[in-house]
Ligand binder design. Structure first.
Ligand SMILES: Nc1ncnc2c1ncn2[C@@H]1O[C@H](COP(=O)(O)OP(=O)(O)OP(=O)(O)O)[C@@H](O)[C@H]1O
Length: 576
């Protein structure tokens, strides 16, 4: 059963969720938070506490870095156009239903396919399973996600649960060579263009040297031979250079052959300078390499998959566990220094509570309902198990913030989380109401709305905590005492827990003998004559209001007649 929240309590719940989400590394992990919505069920809360106690302890800060490197590994089914599967008539339906490649019963249909697979001995032997027909579909995503696998292996070490990722990575090593050649194939055009450029530079250099070595006399000799038609002599002279150029070309081709693992003949011998590679030759080489590589990659993938396939179910588990770990690390950093509340019967109490959204807050202890054993802060002897408490005190004393803190602690406790306090006791509730003061809303409309929601919260029975911030601000003080007084009596009769902020503490106290009145007070003045507030409410003690504090301040500062008047006013406060 979920804990029912009114609008403003829900908005505090949402801001707590946001705080945790901010700390997640992977946005998908947020779904874990949904399993921790506040509930009323004691056993469920205790179960969650046990889960978190057990799992938070193993979470190390370094985990974040590795979690952030994990990407989902997606295995996609795909129709592969580079292969054909030749099967027996009886297997045709099964093979086709896999939808992985072209299937036929006729070997003639294999024409033109780089990869020919068969169950009847016409090509590479396979069984009709996706892993044998298309092992690349498994292996390639693994290869491309090696970084994720490495991160998983580290996460395994950090959490003390050995990961299968290490073993998979070892298996993938066998693909290194063929993957290197796939990369080479991708870069083929660029590599050849580079070689072409390099070769032309070398040839041009050679030619330049050659022309420099041609002396004036040699030039005349040539011209003579040209005149007499003695081409032999000319050719023999130039032949020397031609030979050198051909050597350069051969060297370049040998080097490429070695890199690609096939015999390469790319450069034309007809036109020696500038030398160029006909595009159709590049195309042919590309095709040849591709065919060869496809077969090789297929075979290697099968080999690797044989070893890795049995590990994949565990890999999947580990990948989803990553989101849980991410959730846990976010909870761990968010709840650093928090304590698990004791789930008990008797209201809500905490020692050293720290407001979640105030920087460096003064810790505050508070109790509504029974005073737990172990709650022994100064002044706590005034607590008498009151379920209805009226919180009074100076403006800006921290009354609203205290209501927020009570809400935060109640919400986190019902989520099964640790709470921002040294110690806490929380009774599982059915409903939680938080009514904020409507600062700008004056007038009959606002009053009516507020009254209606207050009354709505009092309907029915069950375990409820109702927090109300200054109800009287929207009506006249006299009427407010009557209304609040009566409504609090209803709450008391029904056994609801209530904390209400009010400046009418004195009047309400007379009306409601069962209620406790607490006060937040100023400790004194700072150097700028501002009030220094003690955020810790004094239990069972009316908080002096701001006007009273100002009168007291002036009574102390002034002298003579004026002081007398201030003291008389102050006396009026004291008489009550
Ligand atoms: N425990 C605390 N530690 C430090 N600062 C606090 C604490 N509680 C409240 N404050 C700060 O004091 C200021 C006033 O708090 P808050 O609005 O809760 O007072 P309030 O008593 O409800 O005032 P008002 O009477 O005007 O409604 C806020 O700026 C708040 O951040």
């Amino acid at each position: 059963m979920t804990l029912k929240l009114n609008l403003e309590a829900r908005s505090i719940y949402r801001s707590i969720q946001e705080e945790i989400k901010k700390r997640l590394v992977l946005s998908e992990s947020a779904r874990f938070l949904e399993n921790f919505a506040p509930v009323s069920d004691r056993a469920e809360i205790l179960g969650r506490q046990a889960y978190l106690r057990e799992n938070l302890s193993g979470i190390r800060p370094e985990l974040r870095e590795y979690l952030s490197r994990v990407k989902p590994i997606k295995f996609r089914r795909d129709f592969l156009h580079d292969r054909v599967l030749i099967v027996d008539e009886s297997e045709l339906g099964k093979a086709e239903s896999l939808g992985l490649c072209e299937v036929s019963t006729n070997i003639e249909d294999a024409e033109g396919y780089p990869i020919v697979l068969s169950t009847v001995g016409y090509g590479m032997d396979v069984e009709i399973t996706p892993s044998q027909i298309a092992p690349e579909l498994y292996v390639l995503p693994l290869w491309e996600n090696r970084e994720t696998l490495e991160a998983l292996a580290r996460i395994g070490e950090l959490t003390g649960r050995e990961s299968v990722a290490g073993e998979i990575l070892k298996g993938l090593e066998a693909l290194g060579e063929v993957m290197g050649r796939r990369k080479l194939l991708e870069d083929l055009d660029e590599i050849i263009a580079g070689k072409e450029r390099e070769l032309n530079e070398k040839i041009s250099e050679r030619l330049e040297k050659f022309s420099l070595t041609l002396s004036g006399k040699e030039l005349l000799d040539f011209l003579n031979e040209l005149k007499t038609g003695n081409y032999e002599a000319i050719f023999s002279h130039f032949g020397e250079v031609e030979g050198e150029i051909l050597d350069l070309i051969n060297d370049a081709e040998n080097e490429l052959s070695e890199r690609f693992g096939v015999t390469v003949e790319l450069f034309s011998r007809e036109e020696l300078y500038p030398i160029s590679v006909p595009p159709e030759r590049v195309e042919m080489l590309h095709e040849e390499l591709e065919r060869e590589l496809k077969v090789e990659f297929y075979l290697k993938s099968r080999e690797v998959l044989d070893r890795v396939m049995p590990l994949l179910p565990r890999l999947k588990e580990e990948l989803s566990r990553v989101y849980e770990l991410d959730f846990l690390q976010a909870v761990k950093t968010f709840t650093e220094g928090f304590a698990f509340p004791e789930i008990w019967e008797g209201g809500i109490a905490f020692v050293g509570g720290r407001h979640l959204f105030i920087e460096n807050p003064q810790p505050v202890s508070y109790a509504v309902g029974r005073k737990p054993r172990g709650f022994d802060t100064p002044g706590s002897e005034a607590i008498r198990d009151e379920k209805v408490v009226i919180l009074t005190g100076a403006n800006s004393g921290g009354k609203t913030s205290l209501l927020e803190l009570i809400t935060q602690i109640a919400l986190l406790a019902h989520m099964g989380f640790p709470v921002p306090a040294e110690k806490a006791w929380v009774e599982p509730l059915g409903e939680l109401f938080f009514f904020r003061r409507k600062r700008s809303a004056y007038g009959a409309g606002a009053f009516e709305t507020a009254l209606r929601s207050f009354v709505r919260s009092l309907r029915g029975t069950g375990r409820k905590l109702i927090l109300i911030d200054e109800f009287e601000a929207i009506t006249e003080p006299g009427a407010a005492v009557k209304i609040i007084g009566e409504l609090l009596k209803v709450a008391h009769e029904k056994g609801f827990y209530v904390v209400i902020v009010s400046h009418l503490g004195e009047d309400l106290k007379m009306e409601l003998p069962f209620a406790r009145v607490d006060g937040i007070e100023a400790k004194g003045l700072d150097e700028n004559l501002n009030l220094i507030v003690d955020r810790q409410p004094a239990f069972g003690k009316l908080g002096r209001s701001t006007p009273e504090l100002i009168v007291e301040r002036l009574a102390r500062k002034k002298r003579g007649k004026e002081r007398e008047i201030f003291e008389r006013v102050l006396g009026a406060f004291r008489e009550k």
